[in-house]
Design a protein around this ligand. Structure first.
Ligand SMILES: [Zn+2]
Length: 665
């Protein structure tokens, strides 16, 4: 939930329909497009063959090289779950929990028979609301099952005192992917579709479809008072420690004392109010919007959130809007794939234990650890020679670098699921309990010392993250596999793959957000003013460069949204290259390529991806990661080592003029 945590890729990565590809260890020459000159468009040169041979499956919004890895991971999880569902497991064991959770998700007949019954206790409570005061306990109850009605509440390390875990309240409560969707002129058709979708869902759940308009208007009002994604990226904009007394003054119609009590935090005396203006709007809505409309909104939020766990007619309507309309898919994923993903979401560290037993060897862990150390050493070396930084800031940057912590594969202590009941009853009931467990796990952190062993991603996840409050980088076992990493692959491919990923996460510690946090994870300036000005100047150049990238006709990247990820891509690639150079030289060519060329090909192939036009739009508008083509061509066109490796003459598209080059780390 912590908005500032930065991952390697943004959107939720679901898994695939195609048969799993064999684990790829070397380079497959068929993936290249020899008709394209590497100096004109390296992304196309390195991936053109692959892109042409791999159309997007009907049930996917996008399809990339590492979908093969996602597929393989999912096949493994599927087998584990099928076995657990069939076995006679000890009650309360993790095998029983993952087996029953999966079995209940696959039991379509029971899901259809149950209908809305699993939600009925909550729906009844919403229906019983007769006054504004009575609304509030219901909002707290919805929050306790992870439905962010009106707003979001969660735990957070205090930005300026990272050892303190505080409560944070932030904007939320929308049904569209982002606040801008409610206002952008070119989304008018989508808004009409959304309104019709709400109407159909109301009909399917036995409610008056005339309430769709008011529900939409309420969301629009929340959206209007919400910050946009660029504003949310700046931690100064979202840091407002606020006492209980001041909260109460700001929002006289919301009883915070009662709210804290209901969510189990009666001793809380304040919180970080990320977006104060938004809460004034919530207060206005609570006191001025007719109760019938607010009840309809709360029911909609609950049903909308749980729709994919309910009967097939509701699930299908939800799929049509959230996947077909918003992302352009042509078919629904098979049920087992969806339920595997659900199990990973709610029982990730139970399923993850089984996953790593089979898929992550101690030797792989040792090899990745060595890679991380080599990448950190490369940055240490780089910092010493960086031309634009003064000795004082350089020293502070080294202190930050030397305090970096890293986690590889899986946690040392697993989440204890003993208080979570999972049975073979209706699937939505299991999901509701899973959500309540996750919320409680999160809220229980407030007021306690930081748990240094906590992981924000499950072990099978194909992703990685940097956490500025802990100054740590984290690599789940799921990504430490081909094509990112293989114990048998030649060094240049591993450095271009997982090496660049590790470098990317390290550089997040020094991107436009990460650079604001010190070695202890506190939002505190450690720069001299001249160096800070130079850094900001360079960040601005990255914003300008990326804003100039046109993804499709008139659809440009939002430089201000992607600047952090772009800096991490550029820095990560440079560090990985440098770390490779610091190893034993391997002069031999493989498949006719020098080690340097292999490195860049290894990097480019992890981003090969076909995307549906609807998905491209969603990605460009909401994802802080640049479009894949520019995750390759952006960093490479700024890198002299690349021009050298492929002998790209000055003036070629992949060889940027020196005056226009950007380099930060
Ligand atoms: Zn990132």
């Amino acid at each position: 939930m912590l908005k500032i945590r930065t991952a390697l890729t943004g959107a939720v990565l679901l898994l695939s329909l195609l048969a799993p590809l064999p684990a790829q260890e070397g380079l497959d020459l068929k993936d290249l497009d020899p008709k394209v000159t590497p100096c004109n468009d390296f992304y196309q040169y390195a991936n053109g063959g692959w892109l042409a041979r791999n159309p997007i499956p009907a049930d996917r919004a996008r399809w990339g090289t590492f979908n093969a890895l996602l597929d393989r991971n999912q096949q493994i999880l599927h087998k584990i779950l099928e076995q657990a569902a069939l076995a006679k497991n000890a009650p309360g064991s993790i095998e029983q929990k993952i087996g029953d959770f999966y079995a209940s998700g696959m039991n379509v007949e029971q899901i259809d028979r149950a209908g809305l019954a699993p939600l009925k206790p909550l729906l009844d409570k919403i229906d019983a609301v007769k006054t504004t005061a009575e609304l509030q306990p219901v909002i707290a109850e919805l929050h306790m099952v992870g439905v962010d009605a009106y707003f979001n509440f969660y735990s957070q390390q205090d930005y300026k005192n990272s050892r303190l875990v505080v409560g944070a309240a932030t904007q939320g409560g929308l049904g569209l992917p982002d606040r801008d969707y409610y206002f952008r002129a070119d989304d008018e058709k989508l808004r009409q579709e959304y309104l019709k979708h709400i109407e159909r869902m109301l009909e399917l759940t036995g409610q008056d479809k005339k309430l769709a308009g008011p529900i939409y208007q309420l969301e629009k009002s929340l959206a209007e008072a919400s910050y946009d994604k660029v504003k949310m990226r700046d931690p100064d904009n979202t840091y407002h420690p606020t006492s209980l007394a001041d909260l109460q003054k700001l929002t006289p119609h919301f009883d915070w004392t009662a709210y804290f009590q209901r969510i189990g935090l009666k001793d809380l005396t304040g919180l970080n109010l990320e977006t104060p203006e938004f809460f004034q709007r919530v207060d206005q809505i609570l006191s001025q919007t007719p109760l019938e409309e607010q009840r309809a909104y709360l029911k909609w939020q609950l049903i909308h959130d749980l729709a994919s766990t309910l009967s097939q007619n509701i699930e299908l309507e939800d799929y049509r809007f959230s996947s077909e309309t918003l992302q352009g898919t042509k078919a629904q994923l098979p049920r087992w794939k969806r339920i595997v993903a659900f199990t990973d979401r709610y029982l990730g560290e139970a399923l993850g234990q089984k996953y790593v037993e089979q898929n992550f060897s101690p030797t792989a862990k040792a090899k990745v650890k060595k890679l991380v150390e080599n990448l950190l050493a490369a940055l240490r070396d780089d910092l010493k020679t960086l031309p634009w930084m003064s000795p004082a800031t350089r020293q502070a940057a080294l202190v930050k670098l030397n305090s970096f912590r890293y986690k590889i594969g899986y946690p040392d202590t697993w989440t204890d699921y003993s208080s979570l009941t999972i049975d073979r009853g209706p699937f939505a009931s299991n999901v509701l309990r899973g959500r309540a467990f996750a919320v409680k796990l999160d809220l229980d952190k407030i007021g306690k010392p930081v748990d240094p062993d906590f992981w924000y991603m499950s072990p099978p996840t194909v992703n990685a993250y940097y956490d500025p409050s802990n100054n740590e980088i984290v690599f789940p076992a799921g990504i430490l596999q081909p094509p990112f990493f293989s114990e048998k692959a030649p060094d240049p491919l591993n450095y271009g793959g997982i090496g660049a990923v590790i470098g990317h996460e390290i550089t997040h510690g020094f991107d436009d957000q990460g650079a604001r946090f010190d070695s202890q994870g506190n939002l505190k300036n450690w720069w001299t003013s001249e160096d800070l000005a130079a850094f900001q100047q360079r960040s601005k150049a990255v914003v300008q460069e990326y804003s100039g990238y046109e993804v499709e006709d008139k659809l440009f990247i939002n430089g201000e949204l992607v600047v952090g990820e772009a800096i991490a891509d550029m820095g990560g690639l440079k560090l990985a290259y440098k770390a490779l150079q610091m190893q034993e030289p391997s002069p031999a060519k493989i498949d006719g390529f020098t080690p340097e060329q292999l490195f860049f090909l290894g990097y480019a192939r992890i981003w090969a991806m076909n995307m549906r036009p609807e998905y491209v739009r969603l990605q460009v508008k909401t994802d802080p990661h640049p479009h894949p083509r520019f995750r390759v061509n952006g960093p490479l066109s700024n890198m002299p080592e690349f021009y050298q490796a492929f002998q790209c003459p000055a003036g070629s598209p992949m060889h940027r003029d020196e005056a226009k080059r950007t380099e930060i780390w």
